[in-house]
Design a protein around this ligand. Structure first.
Ligand code: TXA
Ligand code: MG
Length: 323
């Protein structure tokens, strides 16, 4: 259990909240839509902490929050449509999914391994002040435990997460109460991924065309290449491997070195001491590195289904099935 601080909406509270975020902690903060559970998006272990606190059984890409369009431009690539949307609706309840910029510092885990990134500049003055002081992108899903409703005030947040996060910045009630509208601007076709605070009609009026609709991540068929909903390795994935076969790459977990590991094409250990939070932080970048080794198969050590192990195994099972 952690001691969760309730921070006042003043200069001291903001300074403390920014300090906690910069040191890798978890801070819930108000936005105009709902309260978000924030962590430094560039710090994969901090981001893993979000999943642990929420007890979320699966990883999906998170929205990274920024203080300005200027700072968002160093994280993502904005085409003409994305630029028009950002200029019209930011700061505000709109999230744009855009390709990652070469200068992107947002961790693989916050992006769930994708080459795209979800970015939003919130309008709430406290959120804005916090982001400016933190000076880094802040990943923040809604500040509730998995399966519960999104919180719109600090008491809701504490009801779900007291003792599981470092602090909540108390800014009173959120105004909108529903999450941000998510529009993907990939491959030249803007798509509505999630309806939310900015009405579809307002977006369509601005860009002068209808928005295609795509289900939220994981919920429907998508044209290949238009919107990859999940990072899928090129290699085959073999789960619960207790020994490594010649030519395989090895994704290990825990202190034990499986038989054959010394002859693996490449081997990386998600967490030598078997810590699921550390393992989650490494998951996507290690999968990518092993995939780049050009081995035909990535053999994965058994990972217990405890804590974040459930989300890690969920992701690995999908990677194993996706072909
Ligand atoms: O109002 C909101 O948007 C709240 C407040 C706290 O800002 N935040 C929120 O964040 O709802 P989050 O992280 O729960 O939103 C995650 C959703 C994913 O389920 C997915 O639909 C979309 O954002 N998303 C983020 N990055 C994406 C990407 N690269 N590709 C596709 N979808 C993405
Ligand atoms: Mg939510």
């Amino acid at each position: 259990m952690r001691q969760t601080e309730r921070l006042a909406a003043d200069a001291a509270g903001l300074a403390r909240a920014a300090d906690i975020l910069r040191r890798g902690g978890l801070v819930a903060f108000p936005t105009e839509t709902v309260y978000g559970l924030g962590a430094d998006a560039t710090d994969a272990e901090a981001v893993a902490g979000i999943y642990a606190a929420k007890e979320r059984p699966s990883f999906n890409p998170l929205i990274s929050h920024l203080g300005s369009f200027e700072s968002a431009k160093s994280q993502g690539i904005f085409d003409e449509t994305a630029t028009r949307l950002a200029e019209a609706f930011w700061p505000g309840p709109l999230t744009l999914v855009v390709p990652v910029a070469p200068t992107c510092t947002i961790s693989d885990l916050a992006r769930a391994g994708l080459d795209s990134v979800g970015l939003r500049v919130p309008a709430h003055p406290l959120a804005h002040a916090l982001l400016e002081r933190t000076g880094r992108p802040v990943a923040a899903p809604s500040a509730n435990r998995s399966g519960r409703v999104s919180p719109t005030d600090a008491d809701h947040v504490l009801g779900d997460l007291d003792g599981r996060i470092d602090a909540v910045l108390d800014g009173g009630a959120a105004q909108v109460g529903v999450e941000s509208t998510i529009v993907s601007c990939l491959g030249g076709t803007p798509r509505l991924l999630r309806p939310g605070g900015v009405p579809r009609e307002a977006i369509e009026a601005l860009i002068g065309r209808k928005l295609e609709t795509a289900g939220e991540v994981g919920s429907g068929p998508l044209a290949p290449g238009m919107l990859a909903s999940h990072y899928a390795p090129r290699a085959q994935v073999r789960l619960n491997a207790t020994s490594i076969r010649p030519g395989e790459a090895a994704l290990l977990f825990g202190p034990e070195v499986p038989q054959g590991a010394e002859a693996a094409q490449a081997a990386l250990n998600l967490s030598k001491n078997g810590d699921p939070v550390e393992a989650a932080a490494h998951l996507f970048s290690y999968l990518r590195q092993l995939d780049a080794s050009s081995a035909a198969t990535i053999a994965v050590s058994p990972i217990p289904e405890t804590g974040l192990g459930e989300a890690i195994n969920d992701r690995l099972r999908r990677a194993a099935a996706e072909r």
